[in-house]
Design a protein around this ligand. Sequence first.
Ligand code: 3BY
Ligand code: FES
Ligand code: FE
Length: 411
Amino acid sequence: MRNFASIAELLNQDRPGYTLPQALYTSEEAFRFDTEVMLKSVWLYACTVAHVKNPGDFYVFEMANNSVFIVRGRDGEVRAFYNTCTHRGSRICQVQAGTMPRIMCPYHFWTFGLDGKLIAARGMPDDFDKGAHNLRQVALENCGGLLFICLADNPPPIEPAKQDIAAAIGIYNMDKLKVAAVEDLHDTANWKLVMENNRECYHCEANHPELLNSLSGSGFGRGNPEDGDAADEDDVTAQVERWKAMGVWRDLVEFPDGGWHRVGRLSLAHGALSQTMDGQPASRKLIWPVEHAEPTSVSVWTQPNSWHHFCCDHVVTFSVMPQGPDRSILRTSWLVHEDAVEGEDYTVENLTHVWKATNRQDRHLAEMNHAGIVTDGYRPGPYALEENLVDAFKTFYVERAKAALEAAGQP
Ligand code: 3BY
Ligand code: FES
Ligand code: FE
């Protein structure tokens, strides 16, 4: 591994309760460190089981120089492989997503089973050992339908977060969903700023008219009477009782024990039943076990690169993929019931409207933030009280970064 002494020094300058030192957001070196060390030591959200619904379906996750594809095998298992051929290293999957009966490298047509085993390689010597040239597998875990990968040789433990996430979203049965729309937004901002922006609603009131139809401010959706949105305390208590009685309640947990997930059931504002412009479900086929819609969503946030909202009728899922010191991709996917028919049960326009608008507003905020941080005048600034989850993200980043350096013998 390269020497990252300068990064270790910057990490030691980090001040609790404040934003990071400038270079950790902006420098080429910090980006190399993030993508070569820090982000390889954690679980990264890639896509859902619905993105690879049938045997042969594949989906590509890209981070800086690394490209990994996720593919469903004939046995129904979902696996992840580096997107590089074991012959002379060509990239294999050339497009974002698709279906293939076998994995075939487009260069010299070495062919692999959907389980990564090399099946055919033309013109090799008699003593060629096919078994020694299977595709290189990447660790993958299925948390209730959300697929996480880890580029470490020895991934960190994923329990108990895995069970906890699965328990929270199991009622939405992701195996029965389909992807209705995907959008990639290219942000001219460091990935950590895209993430920090997601972890607070300090900016929401002034920036997100569409989202505020359904999302109440404080606590990311928990009704707060002072916001004049969701409901008053009594209503929230009554809602919780109702959802408990329906068997869909879920207590909020926030990054327990330095952990990497936050999950909870939240109230939607103004009685909205879904994150849509008119507050009505975007899809007529509900995806939760209750026959009618309720003003609530289960939301999942994971460190360091994802967040997800499970409404009664659809799921929106977000993955941040770092591409350069000031370039990040935000990939958003909208999922509906597999039986929902476009044009009849839902329209993509209505389904995607709120988050397409919100993502553009958030892109602008992250880009503005990055543009200010690169100036000579930037100094780490203090987090507001309601930016506690930005602080949690930053602290996770610093702690995991330090641990990864230490593990590599570079304390
Ligand atoms: O989607 C989210 O989780 C956060 C909450 C509020 C603003 N934001 C985009
Ligand atoms: Fe893949 Fe040659 S590099 S077949
Ligand atoms: Fe926002």
